[in-house]
Ligand binder design. Sequence first.
Ligand code: DGL
Length: 256
Amino acid sequence: MSSIAVFDSGFGGLTVLKQLQKLMPDEKYIFYGDSANAPYGEKSAGELLELTSEVCRRILEKDKIKCFVIACNTTTSEALEKLEERFPDQRFVGIEPAVRWAVRENPGKKILVLGTTATIRGKRLKAQLEELKGRAEISLLAATGIVPFVEGQNPDREKFEQYLREVLRPFRKDTDCIVLGCTHFPFVREELQACFDKKIRFYDAAIQVAEATKALLEADGCSFEKDDQTGRGSVLFMNSDPGKIEKEKELLKEYD
Ligand code: DGL
Protein backbone atom coordinates (compact mmCIF):
# COMPACT_ATOMS: atom_id res chain seq x y z
CA MET A 1 0.00 0.00 0.00
CA SER A 2 1.60 3.29 -1.07
CA SER A 3 1.45 6.47 1.02
CA ILE A 4 0.04 9.95 0.62
CA ALA A 5 2.87 12.38 1.42
CA VAL A 6 1.99 15.68 3.08
CA PHE A 7 4.68 18.31 3.55
CA ASP A 8 5.17 21.86 4.71
CA SER A 9 7.89 24.12 6.09
CA GLY A 10 6.87 22.82 9.51
CA PHE A 11 3.82 22.26 11.69
CA GLY A 12 1.34 24.14 9.47
CA GLY A 13 0.85 21.16 7.18
CA LEU A 14 -0.72 19.25 10.06
CA THR A 15 -3.87 21.36 9.59
CA VAL A 16 -4.15 19.85 6.09
CA LEU A 17 -3.23 16.33 7.20
CA LYS A 18 -6.10 16.49 9.71
CA GLN A 19 -8.64 17.18 6.96
CA LEU A 20 -7.16 14.43 4.76
CA GLN A 21 -7.48 11.96 7.63
CA LYS A 22 -11.09 12.98 8.23
CA LEU A 23 -11.95 12.33 4.61
CA MET A 24 -9.69 9.32 3.99
CA PRO A 25 -9.05 7.66 7.36
CA ASP A 26 -7.78 4.37 5.91
CA GLU A 27 -4.99 5.83 3.83
CA LYS A 28 -1.36 5.57 4.92
CA TYR A 29 0.33 8.99 5.33
CA ILE A 30 3.83 10.36 5.56
CA PHE A 31 4.05 13.81 7.12
CA TYR A 32 7.24 15.82 6.60
CA GLY A 33 7.83 19.14 8.39
CA ASP A 34 10.90 21.08 7.24
CA SER A 35 11.17 22.88 10.58
CA ALA A 36 14.97 23.22 10.31
CA ASN A 37 14.36 25.54 7.33
CA ALA A 38 11.19 27.34 8.48
CA PRO A 39 9.96 29.91 7.78
CA TYR A 40 9.66 29.45 4.01
CA GLY A 41 7.70 32.66 3.55
CA GLU A 42 10.72 34.96 3.19
CA LYS A 43 12.75 32.67 0.90
CA SER A 44 13.32 33.04 -2.85
CA ALA A 45 11.62 30.76 -5.39
CA GLY A 46 15.01 29.17 -6.18
CA GLU A 47 15.73 28.37 -2.52
CA LEU A 48 12.23 26.95 -2.07
CA LEU A 49 12.61 24.69 -5.09
CA GLU A 50 15.89 23.24 -3.77
CA LEU A 51 14.54 22.74 -0.22
CA THR A 52 11.29 21.14 -1.32
CA SER A 53 13.00 18.92 -3.94
CA GLU A 54 15.14 17.57 -1.12
CA VAL A 55 12.00 16.99 0.98
CA CYS A 56 10.42 15.01 -1.90
CA ARG A 57 13.60 12.93 -2.33
CA ARG A 58 13.74 12.10 1.38
CA ILE A 59 10.09 11.07 1.37
CA LEU A 60 10.58 8.91 -1.73
CA GLU A 61 13.37 7.06 0.09
CA LYS A 62 10.77 5.95 2.68
CA ASP A 63 7.92 4.63 0.55
CA LYS A 64 6.15 4.56 -2.77
CA ILE A 65 4.03 7.73 -2.96
CA LYS A 66 0.62 7.93 -4.62
CA CYS A 67 0.35 11.70 -4.18
CA PHE A 68 2.35 14.60 -2.76
CA VAL A 69 0.10 17.08 -0.99
CA ILE A 70 1.96 20.37 -0.75
CA ALA A 71 0.40 21.63 2.47
CA CYS A 72 2.10 24.99 2.05
CA ASN A 73 0.69 28.03 0.24
CA THR A 74 4.19 29.48 -0.16
CA THR A 75 5.60 26.40 -1.91
CA THR A 76 2.51 26.09 -4.07
CA SER A 77 2.84 29.73 -5.10
CA GLU A 78 6.59 29.68 -5.77
CA ALA A 79 7.65 26.13 -6.66
CA LEU A 80 4.76 23.78 -7.54
CA GLU A 81 5.16 23.97 -11.32
CA LYS A 82 8.92 23.32 -11.14
CA LEU A 83 8.44 20.42 -8.72
CA GLU A 84 6.04 18.84 -11.20
CA GLU A 85 8.74 19.16 -13.86
CA ARG A 86 11.44 17.70 -11.60
CA PHE A 87 9.29 14.75 -10.49
CA PRO A 88 7.29 13.96 -13.63
CA ASP A 89 6.15 10.54 -12.38
CA GLN A 90 4.50 11.93 -9.24
CA ARG A 91 1.07 13.41 -8.59
CA PHE A 92 0.99 16.78 -6.80
CA VAL A 93 -1.84 18.71 -5.15
CA GLY A 94 -1.13 22.23 -3.87
CA ILE A 95 -2.94 24.73 -1.66
CA GLU A 96 -3.92 28.32 -2.42
CA PRO A 97 -5.65 30.89 -0.19
CA ALA A 98 -9.43 30.29 -0.30
CA VAL A 99 -10.24 33.75 -1.69
CA ARG A 100 -12.77 32.50 -4.28
CA TRP A 101 -14.72 30.70 -1.55
CA ALA A 102 -14.69 33.76 0.74
CA VAL A 103 -15.86 36.06 -2.08
CA ARG A 104 -18.62 33.66 -3.11
CA GLU A 105 -20.04 33.72 0.42
CA ASN A 106 -19.35 37.42 1.14
CA PRO A 107 -20.03 39.41 -2.03
CA GLY A 108 -19.29 43.13 -1.64
CA LYS A 109 -17.92 42.64 1.89
CA LYS A 110 -14.52 43.38 3.44
CA ILE A 111 -12.23 40.39 3.19
CA LEU A 112 -8.75 40.28 4.66
CA VAL A 113 -6.27 37.80 3.16
CA LEU A 114 -3.40 36.84 5.46
CA GLY A 115 -0.37 34.99 4.15
CA THR A 116 3.41 34.88 4.05
CA THR A 117 5.33 37.54 2.14
CA ALA A 118 5.93 35.18 -0.81
CA THR A 119 2.26 34.16 -1.06
CA ILE A 120 0.97 37.72 -0.75
CA ARG A 121 3.35 38.92 -3.49
CA GLY A 122 3.02 35.78 -5.61
CA LYS A 123 1.49 35.57 -9.07
CA ARG A 124 -1.01 32.86 -8.14
CA LEU A 125 -2.73 35.15 -5.65
CA LYS A 126 -2.56 38.03 -8.15
CA ALA A 127 -4.36 35.85 -10.69
CA GLN A 128 -7.14 35.05 -8.21
CA LEU A 129 -7.54 38.74 -7.35
CA GLU A 130 -7.68 39.70 -11.00
CA GLU A 131 -10.43 37.14 -11.58
CA LEU A 132 -12.42 38.39 -8.55
CA LYS A 133 -11.98 42.11 -9.27
CA GLY A 134 -14.89 44.28 -8.11
CA ARG A 135 -16.73 41.46 -6.33
CA ALA A 136 -15.56 42.29 -2.77
CA GLU A 137 -13.24 44.68 -0.93
CA ILE A 138 -10.13 42.58 -0.54
CA SER A 139 -7.12 43.63 1.55
CA LEU A 140 -3.83 41.75 1.80
CA LEU A 141 -1.43 41.43 4.72
CA ALA A 142 1.85 39.52 4.99
CA ALA A 143 1.71 38.44 8.64
CA THR A 144 5.35 37.41 9.06
CA GLY A 145 5.22 36.99 12.85
CA ILE A 146 2.80 34.06 12.99
CA VAL A 147 4.93 31.19 11.62
CA PRO A 148 7.86 31.76 14.06
CA PHE A 149 5.37 31.74 16.95
CA VAL A 150 3.66 28.51 15.83
CA GLU A 151 7.05 26.88 15.20
CA GLY A 152 8.15 27.79 18.75
CA GLN A 153 10.99 30.01 17.48
CA ASN A 154 9.48 33.06 19.21
CA PRO A 155 7.48 31.51 22.04
CA ASP A 156 6.68 34.73 23.98
CA ARG A 157 2.86 34.72 23.87
CA GLU A 158 2.44 38.25 25.20
CA LYS A 159 4.77 39.73 22.57
CA PHE A 160 3.02 37.68 19.90
CA GLU A 161 -0.43 38.93 20.87
CA GLN A 162 0.87 42.48 20.91
CA TYR A 163 2.35 41.95 17.44
CA LEU A 164 -0.99 40.69 16.14
CA ARG A 165 -2.91 43.60 17.64
CA GLU A 166 -0.51 46.05 16.01
CA VAL A 167 -0.53 44.61 12.50
CA LEU A 168 -4.29 44.04 12.53
CA ARG A 169 -5.24 47.43 14.03
CA PRO A 170 -6.05 49.02 10.62
CA PHE A 171 -8.53 46.18 9.94
CA ARG A 172 -10.01 45.84 13.45
CA LYS A 173 -13.32 47.62 13.02
CA ASP A 174 -14.58 46.65 9.64
CA THR A 175 -13.37 43.23 8.56
CA ASP A 176 -16.09 40.70 7.74
CA CYS A 177 -13.98 37.64 7.17
CA ILE A 178 -10.41 36.42 6.97
CA VAL A 179 -8.78 34.07 4.49
CA LEU A 180 -6.09 32.04 6.25
CA GLY A 181 -3.57 31.96 3.40
CA CYS A 182 -0.90 30.00 5.26
CA THR A 183 -1.38 26.56 6.76
CA HIS A 184 0.21 27.62 10.06
CA PHE A 185 -2.46 30.25 10.68
CA PRO A 186 -5.41 28.03 11.71
CA PHE A 187 -3.42 27.26 14.88
CA VAL A 188 -3.88 30.89 16.01
CA ARG A 189 -7.51 31.41 15.01
CA GLU A 190 -8.51 32.41 18.55
CA GLU A 191 -5.65 34.89 18.90
CA LEU A 192 -6.66 36.41 15.54
CA GLN A 193 -10.33 36.64 16.53
CA ALA A 194 -9.33 38.48 19.74
CA CYS A 195 -7.97 41.36 17.61
CA PHE A 196 -11.36 42.15 16.03
CA ASP A 197 -14.48 43.86 17.30
CA LYS A 198 -16.95 41.55 15.63
CA LYS A 199 -17.17 37.80 15.08
CA ILE A 200 -14.99 36.84 12.13
CA ARG A 201 -15.59 33.94 9.77
CA PHE A 202 -12.34 32.23 8.79
CA TYR A 203 -11.74 30.54 5.43
CA ASP A 204 -9.14 27.78 5.33
CA ALA A 205 -8.52 25.88 2.08
CA ALA A 206 -7.45 22.66 3.87
CA ILE A 207 -10.89 21.07 3.37
CA GLN A 208 -10.84 21.86 -0.34
CA VAL A 209 -7.36 20.36 -0.66
CA ALA A 210 -8.50 17.16 1.04
CA GLU A 211 -11.49 16.94 -1.33
CA ALA A 212 -9.30 17.58 -4.38
CA THR A 213 -6.83 14.90 -3.28
CA LYS A 214 -9.61 12.37 -2.78
CA ALA A 215 -11.11 13.17 -6.18
CA LEU A 216 -7.73 12.85 -7.90
CA LEU A 217 -6.95 9.49 -6.31
CA GLU A 218 -10.41 8.15 -7.12
CA ALA A 219 -10.19 9.35 -10.72
CA ASP A 220 -6.83 7.58 -11.08
CA GLY A 221 -8.17 4.44 -9.37
CA CYS A 222 -5.57 4.54 -6.60
CA SER A 223 -7.44 5.44 -3.43
CA PHE A 224 -7.31 3.08 -0.42
CA GLU A 225 -6.70 -0.48 -1.52
CA LYS A 226 -8.88 -2.75 0.60
CA ASP A 227 -6.83 -5.85 -0.18
CA ASP A 228 -3.66 -4.39 1.20
CA GLN A 229 -3.84 -3.54 4.90
CA THR A 230 -0.13 -2.61 5.25
CA GLY A 231 0.09 0.50 7.39
CA ARG A 232 -3.64 1.17 7.07
CA GLY A 233 -4.65 4.48 8.68
CA SER A 234 -1.13 5.21 9.93
CA VAL A 235 1.07 8.32 9.86
CA LEU A 236 4.84 8.22 9.58
CA PHE A 237 6.13 11.49 11.02
CA MET A 238 9.32 13.00 9.59
CA ASN A 239 11.04 16.33 10.21
CA SER A 240 14.34 17.88 9.07
CA ASP A 241 14.75 18.69 12.79
CA PRO A 242 14.02 15.27 14.33
CA GLY A 243 13.58 16.89 17.77
CA LYS A 244 10.28 18.30 16.44
CA ILE A 245 8.62 14.97 15.72
CA GLU A 246 7.02 14.59 19.17
CA LYS A 247 5.54 18.07 18.82
CA GLU A 248 4.11 17.12 15.39
CA LYS A 249 2.34 14.14 16.97
CA GLU A 250 0.99 16.25 19.83
CA LEU A 251 -0.28 19.05 17.58
CA LEU A 252 -2.02 16.63 15.22
CA LYS A 253 -3.81 15.01 18.15
CA GLU A 254 -4.91 18.35 19.67
CA TYR A 255 -5.91 20.14 16.47
CA ASP A 256 -9.47 19.99 15.26
N1 DGL B 1 2.76 26.99 6.11
C1 DGL B 1 3.34 27.54 4.94
C2 DGL B 1 2.34 28.25 4.05
O1 DGL B 1 1.19 27.81 3.99
C3 DGL B 1 4.70 28.19 5.06
C4 DGL B 1 4.90 29.15 6.14
C5 DGL B 1 6.34 29.57 6.28
O2 DGL B 1 7.18 28.70 6.53
O3 DGL B 1 6.64 30.77 6.14
O4 DGL B 1 2.66 29.19 3.37
